[in-house]
Design a binder for this molecule. Sequence first.
Ligand code: S3P
Length: 434
Amino acid sequence: MIKKLMTRPISGLQGTLTVPGDKSLSHRGLILGAISQGTTTLHHFLPAADCLSTLTALQQLGVPIMRDGTTVTIIGQGLRGLTQPKQELDMGNAGTATRLLAGLLAGQSFTTTLVGDASLSQRPMERVRQPLQAMGAKLQLTAGHLPMTIVGQILHGGRTEMQIASAQVKSALILAALQADQPSTIIEKLPTRDHTERLLQQFGGQIETAADQRTITVHPKPVLHGQSLTIPGDFSSAAFFITAATIIPNSHIRLVNVGLNPTRTGLLTIVQRMGGQVTVDQQQQAGEPVGTIDVAYAQLQPVRLTAAEIPAVIDELPLVALLAATADGITTISGAAELRVKETDRIATIVTELQKLGVQITAQPDGFTIDGRKSWHQPTMPLASHGDHRIGMMMAIAALRLAAPSELQTAEAVNISYPTFFEDLARLSQEVPA
Ligand code: S3P
């Protein structure tokens, strides 16, 4: 689908928006609900393609799940209640679903095969196979990729030191550790999003994180109890509008009920460090912190990002590149080689797309250098998502800086995480009557 993109709204972006539910929490709520006893209800669930892949896979594993819009009811089957699916499980584009289910299915008493779309079939899966194998799991990959066949085994607890900073791999290990014969200790390379840990505690699991924020102990064989949960708005979806309001003159917007888990909100500190006008009001903390974010236009300064800061902003790095492309100087981002194995090689796709606008951006093996001082120009060819939801949405925001209309190819990629993105953007871009 080719989408005609909006141009600069003269009166900026204005208004209040509730973004859709968090993708990471929607996946995890489904999985933990499925292995609990009793009923789980998820409110403000994200009905986007990635989460629907998890929902369908769990149904095929014998879990009754009903969905009515953004409300999902899961009839939990307990940790040992899943059943062998009749066919391969199609994970679509969903990396999170694939890695988390690999950990869960590794300890079951049956064999499952996971397949995915062209992008997911190129993403690395050794990163889950190796540490799970050390726990006794049997995962067969196809040259390091999907299709993946998981032959359920009795798993052993113990100590795992992770080689990469990845919440997906950590969560796979936690889900495997729940089924092991003794406690497990997982040591992260750098702290990553801790949604699985928080949610598992809410469901009654026993999991502790040490003061170093990197050492996690999981106690096996818990009896988890179904919960009624309201999923906060996805910070990664809010991030597109935080960026848009920051780079479009005259903007002032409010984002409500946004998840503010500090392992996710690196963009807020970075925007503030760049001189952005962002204020946060944290209102409630029920498992996950939630709050309101106010954002107004600002002229930005460049920034320097290195490895330790990357996990808390990993999915927002396309937006950091865009912000840097409007800043008064040279920004450098390093320690972000993980971008190369996302839905696309995001270092390559960000550079290709921003260069179409005349942005002075150079790829590095593990990041970028961006000089924001050069003025942009109208693209001479269509912009493209490359099938990557976050690249498509980042370019739709970038196009708001242009004076004349532009086009986005494969715009349907937004359905992976934010099906109502273009409607929400149009709403905030309405001209305010004089
Ligand atoms: C996610 C973890 C991150 C992130 C992805 C969602 C999760 O991936 O990029 O969008 O929900 O655990 P990695 O674990 O590969 O860094």
